[in-house]
Design a protein around this ligand. Sequence first.
Ligand code: CP
Ligand code: NVA
Length: 298
Amino acid sequence: MNLLNSDDLSKEDIEGIFSIADDMSKGKDKKYRLDGASLTLFFEKTSTRTRMSFEVAMTQLGGHAIYIDPSTTQRSRGETLADTTRMFSGYCDLIAARLYKHADLLEIARNSTVPVINALTDIEHPTQALADVYTIRVHKKNMAGLRIAFVGDTANNTANSLMVVAAKLGAETVLIGPKGYSPNMDFVKIARKYSNVEVADSLEKGLKGVDAIYTDTFVSMGQEAEAEKRRKLFAPYQVNSGVFKYAKSDAIVLHCLPAHRGEEITSDVLDGPKSVVWEQARNKMLLNKAIMAYLSKR
Ligand code: CP
Ligand code: NVA
């Protein structure tokens, strides 16, 4: 089984992955071993957490990860993505790819004989969404009926995957960003098949009654040319201590990281008592272990 899109995951798949993560967090790793397995990490974009967490996760499961920077491969001299993929799946048991174009991930999946995992593309970040929702579930117990706010660039990869995974477990999302700025309606439509998704331009109205407040960078990888315009557009949607007067008193704060302190989030919030951000980042390793164990058996 591949994990290319958040919509590839049924509710049962998400619960299956979470149940493996629960087992693993209690030290029950034995039955999920991937002894001798190899993982290709094919990353066109930079990464701190996703790369490290996958590498260590595979080592802990008994396997080995190989980090491939495309510029050091024959891809840089014109070898096709299809032919390159044939080598990855010829030598390895799993592929995780971080790419600019989602279409290239689908091309890898078409040419691979082993499971392919989306480690972030321009439109999706599903492994992140699994770690995010798992972290929310740890704090709030039951996802059904929760209200999660995504504040800022509501059309980005993290927002798209989060709203779909959360909706499949019965949580609703409110996407809060500037007037006239549209979320990616393809993902809103998918999420609305499972739960409520609202779009708001007012922090005061949108944050009313929310259990979790999520933000991410205003300038995603690949959008550097628009950086100045984006920082101005999203500036009123900074997650700072002022947002708490609108949300539930026990609301938690999430961020996929890397954070741009003083832009989308302030340091007092990121490092403050409502933040579960550092736990969320640590959970990426647990969830990546669970994802690899789950996909390898299907
Ligand atoms: N959250 C996340 O994907 O971080 P990295 O870009 O460091 O992998
Ligand atoms: N939206 C961000 C996520 C980084 C993990 C980006 O794509 O750069």
